[in-house]
Ligand binder design. Structure first.
Ligand code: NAD
Length: 264
């Protein structure tokens, strides 16, 4: 086949529906020639993921809840059975209690802090441990992050702290796995209206603010994220590891409100 991912095999974790960032990545990876496997979280999402996987001739390797390590082991065993060795894994998984994605960070409960960090940060490390064993010839691990890791954002709260830890874990794992030619990167996406995005307080305001104030004057799409992700999963990016790549219409370089932006 042709495409920058021709002959490559990879696991996509985090498709919930056709608005998911993981779906945008899967579409672009397939377009570029990759053979894919998908996981899903729970029976409700199984029904959504199965027809999407079918559209891309992808395997569905089963249920994975990253808080249960046995399910991570199971989907990697299924992935090996379906694909053999693999070249990439996409981790597009995050969670925090919606009640704490509004108001003040300082009010975060210990329980939600621990759970948010476990699901949104540690899970990428847990996945890398399994992925490493299926990557004898090297590979590319990719996670999704947000600018709220770098700067304060209203309502992002504990998720900003989790993403900061996730971005640090990308650097540590890049150093650990680099000698095996396994690259580890994060893609920092601008705000996109997905299931997870919609859990964040005042999300419509955030979308408008970004569209009015980013250099490209528009919001990010899952197709834009998908195509940059395909590059990061491919050998085209073979010199890049430990990096956080922003796909956000350039918003992260902005220091002040655009004076020409309309009122929101
Ligand atoms: P989404 O709701 O489509 O995807 C989130 C996924 O996380 C779902 O598939 C869900 O099943 C999975 N998940 C949650 N808890 C899990 C668990 N315990 N075990 C296994 N899977 C679990 O939303 P999305 O916006 O596509 O989110 C994907 C990633 O992109 C997340 O890491 C998110 O933080 C990140 N991101 C989103 C935006 C945005 O604005 N939407 C911006 C930057 C980064």
């Amino acid at each position: 086949g042709s495409g920058i991912l021709a002959g490559k095999r990879g696991l996509i974790m985090g498709v919930a529906n056709n608005r998911s960032i993981a779906w945008g990545i899967a579409k672009a990876a397939r377009q570029q020639g990759a053979q894919l496997a998908f996981t899903y979280q729970g029976d409700a999402l199984k029904k959504r993921v199965e027809p999407l996987a079918k559209e891309l001739d992808a395997h569905v390797v089963g249920h994975c809840d990253v808080t249960d390590g046995a399910t991570i082991d199971a989907v990697f065993a299924q992935t090996e059975a379906a694909l053999g060795t693999i070249d990439f894994v996409v981790h597009a998984i995050a969670f925090s209690d919606k009640d704490e994605l509004t108001g003040r960070y300082v009010d975060t409960s210990e329980e939600n802090f621990t759970r948010s960090l476990a699901i949104s940060c540690y899970s990428f490390t847990a996945i890398a441990q399994r992925a490493e064993k299926l990557m004898p010839n090297g590979g590319s691990l990719l996670t999704l992050t947000y600018y709220g890791a770098e700067k304060w954002m209203p309502h992002y709260n504990v998720m900003g702290v989790a993403k900061a830890a996730l971005e640090a874990s990308v650097r540590y794992m890049a150093a650990d796995l680099g000698p095996q030619n396994i690259r580890v990167n994060a893609l920092s996406a601008g705000p996109i209206k997905t299931l997870a995005g919609s859990a964040i307080g005042d999300f419509r305001y955030i979308l408008k603010w970004n569209a009015y104030n980013s250099p490209l004057r528009r919001n990010t799409t899952i197709e834009e994220v998908g195509e940059t992700a395909a590059f990061l999963l491919s050998d085209m990016s073979r010199g890049i590891t430990g990096e956080t790549v922003h796909v956000d219409s350039g918003y992260h370089i902005v220091g002040m409100k655009n004076p020409d932006a309309p009122d929101i």
